[in-house]
Design a protein around this ligand. Structure first.
Ligand SMILES: Nc1ncnc2c1ncn2[C@@H]1O[C@H](COP(=O)(O)OP(=O)(O)O)[C@@H](O)[C@H]1O
Ligand SMILES: [Mg+2]
Length: 250
């Protein structure tokens, strides 16, 4: 059976992309077969996996818009990857004219059933049709949340969208939990936010929080996960622990 997890938060810079790659690689270390799907026209996940997005001939855009079979675009890195690039920016407008537009990714991924233990979908920083495709295609949502600059209204909006998705396209969708990211344990504000968020929204907040470190940006620049770039760094260890927790909670 394949678990499909959408990493979503309409706020940018909260470590969605970083978390998809790090959790994905931690799951590979645990012996799982993992596919990551870059659903952001910025192609940050594709870049973080060591590819130049502009060099990718066929991407998730061809899968969603031209119905190219998804196995034709998968490339292999620390995890298997469905790449993306700026071509996907046009997909939004094209999909909006199509019947079944919310289901394009779900239909594409159905072809892979059983080939992977996990499919992790990296959603873009919006609640538009691409994120709706991600949420429609997955059984669970994981919400990376920056402890410092928490926008409460943002989380409420995301949970409202999850409610809409349940109503219209994917009744089985569940919020698996929040990954607290960019955590500065010395800041009292960060600790307060962390203590508050679970109760306020009735969601599970995973442990441990991922510490803030310049190593993450360095790893992404090098086209590698934090687990490969700095294997014993506390950030890598945090993601290993989170991957174990995620597996236990499924
Ligand atoms: N724990 C962390 N500490 C410091 N920087 C981080 C951490 N996690 C991610 N980053 C950096 O923050 C930026 C935004 O992360 P990213 O994963 O791209 O966020 P999103 O996908 O939500 O926009 C990137 O430059 C990334 O390298
Ligand atoms: Mg991103």
């Amino acid at each position: 059976m394949t678990h499909r997890l959408a990493f979503a938060n309409q706020k940018g810079g909260v470590a969605k992309t970083t978390s998809v790659l790090a959790i994905g690689v931690a799951l590979v270390e645990r012996g799982r077969r993992v596919l990551a799907v870059d659903l952001d026209p910025q192609g940050a996940l594709t870049f973080a996996c060591g590819f130049d997005p502009d060099d990718m001939d066929e991407t998730v855009n061809d899968v969603l818009v031209r119905r190219l079979p998804v196995e034709k675009v998968i490339v292999s890195a620390e995890v298997d990857l469905v790449p993306s690039n700026i071509d996907l920016a046009g997909a939004e407008a094209v999909l909006l004219t199509k019947t079944g537009r919310e289901f394009a990714l779900q239909r594409a991924l159905a072809d892979l059933e059983g080939r992977y233990d996990y499919v992790l979908v990296d959603c873009p920083p919006s609640l538009g049709i691409l994120t709706i495709n991600g949420l429609t295609a997955c059984g669970h949502v994981v919400v990376p949340l920056q402890c410092e600059a928490l926008s409460h209204r943002g989380v409420g909006q995301l949970l409202e969208t999850v409610g809409d998705i349940r109503h219209f396209t994917n009744p089985a969708l569940e919020v698996l939990g929040v990954i607290p990211t960019l955590y500065d344990g010395r800041s009292r504000h960060a600790r307060t936010v962390l203590a508050d968020v679970g109760g306020r929204y009735g969601v599970n907040v995973f442990e441990p929080p991922v510490p803030r470190s310049i190593r993450f940006a360095e790893a992404a620049q090098a086209g590698r996960s934090i687990l490969a770039y700095a294997p014993s760094h506390p950030g890598a260890e945090a993601y290993r622990a989170l991957a174990a927790t995620i597996e236990d909670s499924l």
